[in-house]
Design a protein. Sequence first.
Length: 399
Amino acid sequence: MHQPSHQILKNYAKILLNYALNSGQGIKKGEVVFLQVPESAKPLLFHLYQITLDSGAHPIVQYIPDQMQRTFFDSADDNQISFFPAIYLKGKIEQADHFLTIMAETDKHELEGIDPKRILQKHQAFKPYLDWRRKKETAGKFTWTLGLYPTPAMAKEAGLTLQQCWQQVIKACFLDAVEPIKKWQSVNRKMSLIKNKLNQLDIDHLHIKSQKTDLWVKIGSHRSWAGGSGQNIPSFEIFTSPDWRGTKGYIYFNQPLYRYGHLINGVYLKFEKGRVIESKANKGERVLKEMIKTKNADKIGEISLTDSRFSKIDRFMAETLYDENMREANGNVHLALGARHHECFTCDLKKNSRQDWQKLGFNDSVVHTDIISTLDRTVTAYLKNGRHQIIYRHGRFVL
């Protein structure tokens, strides 16, 4: 079985810890870092642990056995599914300065056949945990990042060999660069130029036009565009959290979605007055509809565009983390149903109450599901001064 070299894994750990966390600044001496790593990614864990110690930080390891979810949902009763370990999770959030989560799966279809209601019931039970985490993040006292560790099962799902899958990770994360962190800093500077131009436009709403797509998205007040700050490695997307109330029209997504242990493909959504009023899928429609029934999962929390000039990912990976950053000729757009991003907000976050968020049309949900399209599209920005201009065409920002 293919195994990346120690140097590649060491570079990967350095990027995740010394760049991605702390909003691109890396971890600091004395900080507490939770390393949430599945069993199949153990080779990377050794490097993560060592570099955390070398940085003077405190590693706490959450080692996750492979293929345990199926056992839980097959065996648990309703009380067990809804159980919320409040004392443990509250303490975890209070203790942590950073979360680093590695995604590695040994069965991409582990939960197929499980009633999606039971899966979403479990997620809903953990809503207070997400609220605590977001509150601390909004206060600027907590950061997180995600990374991918390919396994044979993940490679097979994408139609790749394990070596090909790892090559995508190596290219995407600049793991073979002499100074990979400097490469990320360079990309971030280029993305910042685009973000600054978008923020200066003062956009009222966007019009996204493509095959089977004619969607209007209101941006709303006190918004900004974000991306490239270290949340998710890799991340080449530029995104914002719009005013969900101003979404109307329809959109088709040509890329598969893996969610709650199920495959969902060929998703079509129609919006009216900010809510999904019609949803279809060629495969996994039952899971899609059940997810949309979850509180506020029928509204959008994010709109994102990836510029094809930045990303090195040129193969489908069957993982949203990579597929939402795919370097197709047409770039990609993804829309997230559910929770918004706090970093896309220009007011003083610490002073905002729940009512303030609601007035601004920021969506709050236990769900945050990114759905991706790589079809060629034109995105036109309608500005608050009455003018309009194309900002994205043929996979690139045109600003």
